[in-house]
Design a protein around this ligand. Structure first.
Ligand code: ADP
Length: 167
């Protein structure tokens, strides 16, 4: 069984990576897919995010990385994934995730949504928090893979206070 792990990954965090590593042990293949969402303005380009994920998952043979737009269930069918994987950090994630899972089920009943509880040490971690820490010069080495830490340093060294990240 193949699983699709969709998200914004703006940027990839160690929480995402932990989930991918655990999923790689559970499934024959895991497709990590960056959603091109026209309603969001990401801090990192699609190419940067794909590179971040490819570099961080290079040690995981069953993991592939791609981007998609449109419906997640359609992309799941296109890449032969029977499962959409999502992470649950806290109760606050639950309501939204359940709504999406029910919607996806109504669109494509054959595709199951599975939730993995995030690792306790990463349960406070989000891409937004990481960007806030990096923006104000905090150390993010314990929160993101090394390549992402470099990208964050480049992004915020270059930007003045009127620029920066969204989402
Ligand atoms: P989206 O905009 O689709 O929520 P994210 O990149 O924020 O994209 O999250 C992608 C997936 O990763 C979601 O299922 C989310 O719950 C999960 N996730 C986010 N942060 C973490 C974390 N710290 N640990 C594990 N999973 C996470």
């Amino acid at each position: 069984m193949r699983a699709l792990y969709p998200g914004s990954f703006d940027p990839l965090t160690l929480g995402h990576l932990d989930l991918i590593e655990r999923a790689a042990r559970l499934f024959d293949g895991v497709m990590v897919a960056v959603l091109q969402n026209p309603s969001k303005t990401p801090a990192f380009s699609l190419e940067q995010r794909l590179n971040q994920i490819r570099t961080a998952t290079a040690h995981l043979p069953g993991v592939e990385v791609a981007s998609f737009d449109g419906l997640t269930v359609e992309f799941a069918s296109r890449c032969g994934a029977g499962v959409i994987l999502r992470g649950l950090r806290a109760l606050s994630d639950f309501e939204f995730e359940l709504q999406i899972a029910h919607t996806n089920h109504s669109l494509a009943p054959a595709v199951e949504t599975l939730f993995l509880a995030t690792a306790v040490q990463h349960s406070f971690l989000s891409s937004s928090v990481v960007k806030e820490v990096a923006r104000f010069g905090g150390d993010v080495a314990h929160l993101v893979p090394p390549g992402v830490a470099l990208d964050l340093a480049r992004l915020f060294n270059r930007c003045d206070s009127s620029q920066g990240s969204h989402g």
